[in-house]
Design a protein around this ligand. Structure first.
Ligand code: PGA
Length: 259
């Protein structure tokens, strides 16, 4: 049984003091969320503030939005897995499409980042997704398989089962135009199939596969109605604590329809 996972991707939003206030408000709104994992990914500069605000018995998981693959050294502007682990991160996003689009992250880099995360005991959330052009030209499956194969090259079968994958169609991110569950579900199946092929085990059945791209409190239940979709990576709708709490409450209350 896979545990549901809802992750808020803050992107480049919130100062450290805003982040602390956010966590206090979210904790008031969400006093219990048993059975579902909630992850927050503040910018690097707010990680410590969020960790402090979470207190000694955190009920939300702390994650980062990116990492560099070397552990230390002359890499101006970068942050390593060791640093993230030390500050209390449990997971890290890798290969988000904004990283790929604006900062040149290539498949070979995402691979090194996944390996670095695993080396430091951070759970990677590997993001994959096709552009509109890929989809319109019938390349979705190829692109997803390429991103998975390259991103997970050299990773042991056992480690594959510990990953989380986020399927985020690029055209659905920040556009208000979410994929329909009918569009997302076949890609989630393809992701599981590919993971199983890659690892030579039934890892595809164990890995949490999240959907991301214009998820809101209004459409989250539609996605979670499918047993293929284990949660969501949420951008815009995670920035307001009340909206994010509402989204999580809807997720807690929704059960997958029987296949
Ligand atoms: P969005 O972003 O929810 O604003 O579309 C999702 C993401 O980029 O992870």
């Amino acid at each position: 049984m896979r545990t549901r996972f809802i992750v808020g991707n803050w992107k480049m939003n919130k100062t450290a003091s805003e982040a602390g206030a956010f966590v206090h408000r979210l904790s008031q709104e969400l006093t219990s969320h048993a059975g579902i994992r909630i992850g927050l990914t503040p910018p690097f500069t707010a990680l410590q503030a969020v960790r402090d605000a979470l207190g000694p018995a955190p009920t939300f998981l702390l994650g980062a939005q990116n990492l560099y693959w070397e552990d230390k050294g002359a890499f101006t502007g970068e942050v390593s897995g060791a640093m993230l682990k030390d500050i209390g991160c449990q997971f890290v996003l890798v290969g988000h499409s904004e990283r790929r689009q604006y900062f040149g992250d290539q498949d070979s880099w995402t691979n090194k980042k996944v390996l670095a995360a695993l080396r430091h005991g951070l759970q990677p959330i590997l993001c994959v997704g096709e552009t509109l052009q890929d989809r319109d030209s019938g390349q979705t499956d190829l692109v997803i398989q390429r991103q998975l194969r390259a991103g997970l090259a050299g990773i042991e079968a056992q480690a594959v089962t510990t990953l989380t994958i986020a399927y985020e169609p690029v055209w659905a991110i920040g556009t208000g135009r979410a994929a329909s569950p009918e569009q997302a579900v076949p890609v989630h199946r393809l992701i599981r199939q590919t993971l199983t092929e890659l690892s030579g085990s039934d890892s595809g059945q164990h890995v949490a596969v999240l959907y991301g791209g214009s998820v809101t409190p209004h459409n989250i239940a539609d996605f979670l109605a499918s047993e293929e979709i284990d949660g969501a990576l949420v951008g815009g709708a995670c920035l307001d604590p009340v909206s994010f709490a509402t989204l999580v409450k809807v997720a807690i209350g929704s059960t997958p329809a029987k296949a």
